[in-house]
Design a binder for this molecule. Structure first.
Ligand code: ZN
Length: 314
């Protein structure tokens, strides 16, 4: 009797310490500016702690979110509805791909990475490496993969020593095939996949929902994303894995991009994980919030030089 009372008190103390310890930590990590229209905190992740964590980051160059919500892209639209989705992300100026992708990989703003032009002249990825550096340092056994068809991401932003596979291909079709291979037979753990055709169609037209050419490119890419996600869900081990799906873009557009208008700066982030309550978020966050979110999911410490806080904590 006495022994069981002691045990109960001990259990209660452990419980209190655990709960208070966890909530203090969480508060520290909460993004300052985040506004949630619905407010379910993603705290259920403890139940999935034993499952291997996997990340798939899908980058769609020059994709305006209005082209997704205009019912043109059923896969991405459904994913948005089932995820944390933020359509008020604002890329920094100038709204070139260099600047946008650098922020999405380094976790810092243009004042630090200095990738102000697509020549990458003066950029600093030595002091501000891609988030793959933190993954390689903290979880070196993970298979990390980047597959792109815009070479500068590999030439400048992602260092070869930080990833297991760095494949620069030529077409979105080739990207789709390779990424499906990586997430299925090759069992990649952290995978970045880049599609270029939407941006190309934007430049050839207007980056507007009124352009049939642009909307067709978004629809085609949506099909590719759908097949990649189906491949992930088709994994025999899928039910015993903990997947974070990230979808984002480097800049918006309006006729073109590079300038500082809201339409050129406005991007989006989708975060899908079984512990994330679906919600539409706002707050005009910056794209450099993506790397700390990915690192938080993988339980890797956020580098102190990062400018952003996680959009969601796990
Ligand atoms: Zn472009």
């Amino acid at each position: 009797m006495k022994k069981s009372t002691q045990t109960t008190i001990l259990q209660a103390l452990v419980f209190i310490i655990t709960v208070f310890g966890t909530s203090c930590k969480k508060t520290d990590r909460e993004p300052v500016q985040e506004t949630r229209k619905t407010s379910t905190a993603p705290s259920e992740s403890k139940a999935l702690a034993a499952k291997p964590k996997k990340v798939l980051f899908i980058g769609i160059d020059g994709c305006i979110w209005r082209a997704i919500t205009a019912t043109n892209a059923p896969t991405l639209k459904t994913l948005m509805n089932q995820s944390y989705s933020n359509t008020t992300i604002m890329a920094q100026t100038p709204t070139w791909s260099s600047n946008g992708w650098a922020a999405l990989f380094t976790g810092v703003g243009v004042a630090k990475h200095k990738a102000t032009s697509n020549s990458f002249s003066g950029s600093d990825f030595v002091n501000y490496p891609s988030f793959f550096r933190q993954i390689k340092t903290n979880l070196p056994a993970l298979r990390t993969v980047s597959v792109v068809n815009w070479a500068p991401i590999h030439d400048y932003i992602i260092a070869s020593q930080d990833v297991t596979v760095k494949a620069t291909l030529t077409t979105d079709a080739a990207i789709e095939t390779r990424i499906i291979q990586e997430v299925t037979t090759n069992n990649s753990d952290v995978t970045f996949c880049y599609f270029h055709d939407v941006d190309k169609a934007g430049h050839a037209s207007t980056f507007r929902t009124s352009s049939a050419q642009y909307m067709q490119a978004v629809k085609t890419t949506d099909g590719r994303v759908g097949r990649v996600l189906a491949a992930v869900k088709g994994r025999s081990a899928y039910a015993n894995e903990d997947w974070l799906i990230v979808v984002s873009t480097d800049h918006g557009g309006d006729a073109s991009h590079g300038g500082s208008s809201d339409l050129e700066r406005n991007t989006f982030v989708i975060l899908n994980n079984s512990t994330i309550a679906p919600r539409s978020a706002g707050g005009s966050q910056l794209p450099y919030t993506v790397p700390p979110t990915i690192l938080n999911f993988l339980k890797i410490p956020r580098p102190s030089y990062y400018d952003g806080q996680p959009l969601v904590t796990f």
